[in-house]
Ligand binder design. Sequence first.
Ligand SMILES: Nc1ncnc2c1ncn2[C@@H]1O[C@H](COP(=O)(O)OP(=O)(O)OP(=O)(O)O)[C@@H](O)[C@H]1O
Ligand SMILES: [Mg+2]
Length: 250
Amino acid sequence: MLILDHLSQRFSVPGGSVQALAPVSLMVARGEFVSIVGPSGCGKTTLLHLIAGLVTPTQGTVSLEGVPIQKPQKQIGLVFQKSNLMPWRTVRENIALPLELDQVPMTERRDRADIVIARLGLKGFEDAFPSQLSGGMAGRVAIGRALIQQPQILLLDEPFGALDALTRESMQLELLRLWDSGELSMAIMVTHSITEAVFLADRVVVMSPRPGQIQAIIPVELPRPRHLEMVHSSAFGTLASQVRRHIEAH
Ligand SMILES: Nc1ncnc2c1ncn2[C@@H]1O[C@H](COP(=O)(O)OP(=O)(O)OP(=O)(O)O)[C@@H](O)[C@H]1O
Ligand SMILES: [Mg+2]
């Protein structure tokens, strides 16, 4: 179980400080996929960075199975909002980067990267550079880099935001396949798309404008595996309008 306990974040900026995140408390159980939606600047990225242990909270704690998270952990993989691929590194080298930083020997790095590459449908592009990839492929490389350490928890920060509608749909299905494979025990995804939030998650967390607070949590009781046709069902429509109402309440 992941527990966020009165987590808040204030950043110093020239001439003062910004309250990026108001106290947020949330429990995420094993086996849960949670989506987070909320207006731009409400602290969603900050929240993921706090969960990933990249930033120390001003107040409150993050703990996983009762152990506080105070620095980055292998069991937590993060797909950044900006995919941060290194243009001078190949697909394989980008995906293997966390292993390199961890001083894993070269042959093991290569083998493990190639497994991830095959899973994500990037076979044949091992030696390509980011500039030679489509947006969807670059997105998969960013996800591959988060998966290479075999995390239990995957954090995704608007991973498909820059993609066209069709590519985005196919990436959502790939993410669902990964989720259904049972390798991950928790996923938390930030998105601006209400449809995407409902389609993928077991719960949708709606945040208020900055400083972000949890405004509503909407359980999504749609069966799994999820199919694209579900998006057109009346149950789906009801959930999506519920989420929209909470977003528009401000
Ligand atoms: N390192 C930082 N230093 C100062 N202020 C920051 C820092 N990081 C974030 N902020 C501020 O905190 C607030 C929340 O930022 P954050 O990036 O978490 O929002 P967000 O919800 O992810 O927005 P978006 O949907 O646009 O990605 C913003 O006002 C931002 O300017
Ligand atoms: Mg953000």
